[in-house]
Design a protein around this ligand. Sequence first.
Ligand code: PMP
Length: 455
Amino acid sequence: MLNKQELLEKDSKYLWHQISPHNENPMIVVSGEGSWITTIDGERFFDGMSGLWCVNIGHGREEIAEVAKEQIKTIAYASLVQSHVPAIELAAKINEWLEGNYRIFYSNSGSDANEVAFKIARQYHHQNGEPTRHKFISRHRAYHGNSMGALAATGQAHRKIKYEPLTPGFLHVPPPYCYRCPFGKEKGSCQLECAQIYDEVMNWEGAETVAGVILEPVITGGGVIVPPPEYLQEVRKICDKYGVLMIVDEVICGFGRSGAKFGHFNFSVKPDIVTMAKGITSAYSPLSATAVRAEIYQAFKQPEADAHFRHINTFGGNPVSCAIALKNIEILEKENLVGQAAKMGKLLEEKLARLTVHPHVGDIRVFGFLAGIELVEDKESKEPVSTDIMLKVLSECQKQGLLAGKNSDTVPGFNNIITLSPPFVTSEKEIDFIVDTLDQALECLAAADKVNIGG
Ligand code: PMP
């Protein structure tokens, strides 16, 4: 029998929580099924963010438990200095899903996968006779991970400043954020300045110093920012023009979240390197991968020892994680969950549209099965709502049983976007529940506004 009080005492004494401070009264999650989780108090919540954008096939899958058990009994660990069956089969499966010819390097987390991409890109240029290429161009608002390189690529100051100096050589350009165009343009009547800026930066930096660009197909954690349809192709063209590698971070968008197998499929571009994590196992076990175009891999195949990629990690490609990933992908295929994510995303988009009547709803963006609802003080000024308002809406949702997310923690001006990333197994009825709950929570804000102005 679980003793909540005892657990809370141990939690407050021993556990270091992520992001939130220690002294909060955390929700203790004990089980999950489908799109719902249950707490120690027996309360059920709809997991509107699939954990941290990751439990795509939903909670409580017996088949995954079975495959993990079998793999542990067969062999729980072998390194990839040698090889093993689940790693081989999964690498082939990822290639099938990527519809290209890629070499797969395994790691443990999205951050790791991006670090590997940076190291491979730098070494590739060395071996390709261009050792001066070391810089990476990322975007403001983007999140690429917590380690010193991935954090350097991240374009959110509040996550970085207390840990600087980070890895040198990372530059940022403004994001393709049509609702607040950094170039002061109107959607549909611009010259894609957000893409052309890469050309300018490469020129001014000296293209011969630039190793790669890193970008998500859609900026997810930074507020579900959907680029104009031609944006990625334009960036691809500029990368080609200057011999710069295009690294696409599919940590969230990959494995169906975008409504396609990978996010970049929606934009018809071929990246040089693709990084993936979260949805690869639906977070049933930690695993990530860096997929590298076969031509790039050739530069590492030279017989000289110093041509090898001198990177090793103990757990990357763990057999149990790879076996789980294979089963996860099998489930995605068998249940047509990528198609289902696309379908449910469309439905969510249609239903969310009615929320635009609320005075604080500035913009609603849905891509695949990802949604961002940007809250503003008023539609005219587009001033982001305060942290208090954001927390009020989210806590109203929680009271009604919906766990929604937000684009950031308590950073004024950068925490005004409600995010949704539901499990792919979400039903039409559950979509109604999400939208009705948000509607009511926004209604509460309107009621509070009336009280504040004495209405
Ligand atoms: N890239 C993106 C786009 C992410 O959203 C995240 C994590 N949310 C990461 C990288 C880092 O992944 P991890 O937390 O597994 O290190």
